[in-house]
Design a protein around this ligand. Structure first.
Ligand code: FE
Ligand code: FE
Ligand code: ZN
Length: 284
């Protein structure tokens, strides 16, 4: 097996437009990236600018970028006990998916939601119902469910909960999973001592073919803490070596990796450089 280069980038701000994100990515040695589709607190999206999106597409092609990840506002809650909150999540995600067709063939990642006391089964049903309303057979975007740390009443804290949502979606080929290393660690999965075991469990319960992207973060807290506080790579309880084993793992190494660590662009550039230096490209 030979491979190539690590597909890695970080979370970038879309405030200067799409092409500007592509240029920022290039400047820090990234060949993918993630961005919020709108203000992360969930308000209005920018004016749609197809020319800007097209310019990003050509830059990505020219520089052989991997697929990029749009991230829904993290305040959306598709399984809130409040009707209006659920409707708002549905309307926002539907609008984002229409916009994503101007950047076709990429990923749209969202947090499944928090059931706010309704119980996890109701939460799972409401999330799937929302997906069944917004996903179309024509869309080119793959929608990703993010694995969650299990803070409060978060749904998606275990592989079983993710699988239960996927099972209810009518167009499963439009769906995938984004594994967040900080979240699964905080959720109790031992990716430090037993990465192979965790991936076997993922494969058995969800299927590794559904895994489309990785959020690569260290964690400020010990395993199982359910806290969800990201640390810089090598500065948390997961550590650089374990995270480098994630990027090098034969079953993972060709996926896009997105850093969501507390950093400015220089800090991201440094993390990308160190992870690239430790990447063996499948030649082990
Ligand atoms: Fe996220
Ligand atoms: Fe994440
Ligand atoms: Zn997080």
């Amino acid at each position: 097996m030979t491979n190539q280069t690590l597909t890695i980038g970080c979370h970038l701000s879309p405030s200067k437009g799409y092409l500007a994100m592509g240029r920022d990515a290039l400047a820090i040695g990234a060949n993918t990236f993630q961005f919020f589709t709108r203000n992360p607190r969930g308000s209005r999206a920018r004016e749609l600018d197809p020319a800007d999106m097209e310019a990003l597409r050509s830059l990505m092609q020219e520089h052989r970028f991997g697929r990029v990840v749009a991230h829904a506002p993290y305040t959306l809650n598709a399984c809130s006990s409040t009707d209006r909150t659920r409707e708002f999540a549905l309307e926002t995600i539907a609008d984002d998916l229409r916009r994503m067709e101007f950047l076709p063939g990429n990923f749209y990642n969202f947090h499944p939601g928090s059931h706010t006391g309704q119980g996890v089964e109701t939460g799972i049903r409401q999330i799937a119902a929302m997906l069944n309303e917004v996903i179309t057979a024509e869309q080119s975007t793959t929608v990703l469910l993010e694995t969650m740390a299990g803070k409060g009443s978060e749904v998606g804290r275990s592989f079983e909960e993710i699988r239960a949502i996927l099972d209810l979606v009518k167009l499963p080929e439009k769906m995938g999973v984004c594994l967040d290393t900080c979240h699964v660690w905080d959720g109790g999965y031992d990716i430090v001592e037993n990465l192979d075991g965790v991936l076997e469990e993922f494969d058995r319960i969800i299927g590794l073919d559904r895994l489309k992207a990785i959020h690569l973060n260290d964690s400020m807290n010990p395993r199982g803490s359910h806290k969800d506080r990201h640390a810089r790579i090598g500065e948390g309880h997961i550590g650089f070596d374990a995270l480098s084993r994630v990027t090098n793992h034969p079953k993972l190494r060709e996926l896009p990796f997105c850093l969501e660590t507390p950093n400015d662009l220089d800090g991201y550039a440094d993390e990308i450089r160190r992870l690239r230096a430790a990447y063996t490209g499948g030649t082990i």
